[in-house]
Design a protein around this ligand. Structure first.
Ligand code: ZN
Length: 487
């Protein structure tokens, strides 16, 4: 597995470089390098030697950690061997072509250009699902790749729990006077943004001796070791882009840095699933980073760093960074409307896989769902069904993990608060060690040892539950918008 890890670290480093510093002309060579390494990695995973070693290890495993390691490796090998190499290769080739076609189609607002690629990708995903197998719904086989144990039925229940309350809350907010956040847009000094965001991510506990922050067009976090975790952010007109982008990625980063040193370069190291990972990025971005207590500590420093900011009050600033507005683009969505964007994608993915929704009808169905959930109609497909990178990259079954992260962040925070008491005071004092320490003890130090559902059970004492999220978000935004209290 150390050899497997070396291939993964090499491709991850190449991908990080691709998205940060690589010269534009290097694209073709980089794609060739990555695809060869991916093929060699797949061959290594499915080789007789690896299978034999895994079977022997299974017999020899005695400690709890060894058994966990065997479980994680077996799951990985089982999935790899079920999918024929030819399908792996075709999916990788089709998606890398589709990505380029999608970039152009989105720029030209031309869905017809992307349609044949998407049809092919849906078909390849169907084949992959059939090879992987499922008992209930074809979506189950694919979504389990991103969130172990997840099923369409489980996602349906999760969305059923939040759909109507969120639609209703958005409608109530729409009736309230809009919040002015124009003072957050400007030509901000890039160096000041870099210094301020690095100060913030270090303040919450991201260790810069074991990581760094660079810039990328679409921020992400990656790592090559527990001692080498990379954050990215972006400096834009909206000052919040850098601040909340950095806090979000640092949330992923502290989770990765929190794995035990002795597990480094093994499959037990690192976050357990996309949903649990997103719960941590959302915790630090939204629950901590968009709280009034946090800004009571950092607003004076923000004003010193950006003298062009007018003498605004804490309340003005707090409301501005929590402004809610139904919008077309998911990645720019606020905390309240975000899950509605995800529901649209989830329902469409299920329809395309089942065959109840033909790819040619996608733009029409997309726009109808935006009217229904968000009360707005995308004026173009670029601002509609062509906006996300996931499908062009061959990924179907991924989106619901974003909503799971939002819901789980509040559920875990409720437990954290019960143990730590006045978290507002801690944040107002810039005292993040107790918060990080709690998360470290309950979540981060377990890496990938437990399946996500078991980890949630251990931390929260029950399964994923939307109640803390619904009450937390309702209480917060009734406050932000001065609405009558219902919780
Ligand atoms: Zn994230």
């Amino acid at each position: 597995m150390a050899e497997v890890n070396a291939f993964e670290a090499a491709t991850a480093l190449m991908d990080w470089d691709h998205q940060t510093y690589m010269p534009q002309a290097a694209g073709e060579a980089r794609a060739a390098h990555v695809s060869i390494l991916s093929r060699l990695l797949h061959e290594l995973l499915v080789s007789d030697e690896t299978q034999r070693l895994a079977q022997e290890a299974a017999k020899e495993a005695t400690s709890e950690d060894e058994k966990a390691l065997v479980r994680v490796v077996s799951r990985r090998l089982e999935k790899s061997t079920k999918i024929p190499a030819s399908l792996v290769e075709e999916k990788s080739r089709v998606s890398s072509e589709a990505h380029e076609i999608w970039v152009r189609a989105r720029a030209d607002n031309d869905f017809a250009k992307f349609r044949p690629s998407l049809e092919r990708i849906v078909e390849l995903n169907r084949q992959e699902a059939e090879h992987l197998g499922y008992t209930d719904h074809i979506y189950d086989a694919l979504t389990d790749l991103y969130e172990e144990g997840a099923t369409k039925k489980g996602w349906d229940a999760m969305f059923d729990g939040i759909r109507q309350p969120m639609v209703d809350l958005v409608a109530r907010i729409k009736e309230a006077p809009a919040i002015d956040n124009r003072f957050l847009f400007g030509d901000w000094d890039v160096d000041a943004q870099r210094r301020f965001t690095e100060m913030l991510v270090e303040a919450i506990g991201f260790d810069m001796k074991r990581g760094r922050q660079d810039t990328a067009p679409h921020p992400f976090c990656t790592n090559f070791s527990v001692n080498d975790v990379r954050l990215t952010t972006r400096y834009q007109e909206f000052l919040g882009s850098a601040i909340f982008g950095s806090l979000h990625e640092a949330g992923h980063g502290v989770y990765e840095q929190g794995s035990p040193q002795e597990w480094d370069r093994t499959p037990l190291s690192g976050g357990v699933s996309l949903g649990v990972h997103e719960s941590q990025s959302r915790t630090w971005e939204n629950i901590v980073g968009r709280s009034k207590a946090f800004w009571s500590r950092y607003l004076p420093e923000l004003k010193r760093s950006f003298p062009a900011l007018p003498g605004l009050s804490l309340d003005d600033f707090y409301r501005a960074v929590n402004r809610v507005e139904p919008s077309f683009i998911r990645v720019e969505a606020d905390e309240v409307t975000y899950n509605l964007h995800i529901m649209v994608r989830f329902e469409i993915e299920c329809g395309m896989l089942e065959g109840s929704l033909a790819v040619k009808d996608l733009p029409e169905v997309w726009n109808e769902k935006y009217r229904q959930y968000l009360g707005i109609t995308p004026p173009t497909d670029s601002l509609g069904c062509l906006q996300d990178v996931h499908w062009s990259g061959g990924m179907i079954g991924y989106f619901p993990t974003y909503s799971m992260g939002n819901i789980l962040s509040y559920q875990i925070w409720e437990k954290l608060q019960a143990d730590l008491g006045d978290t507002d005071r801690l944040m107002a004092d810039g005292e993040f060690a107790p918060i990080l320490g709690w998360l470290q003890d309950k979540v981060y130090r377990h890496g990938s040892k437990y399946p996500p559902s078991e980890l949630i059970q251990r931390v929260c004492g029950g399964p994923l539950d939307p109640k803390p999220y619904l009450s937390g978000i309702t209480r917060k935004y009734e406050g932000v918008y001065g609405l009558a209290s219902t919780v």
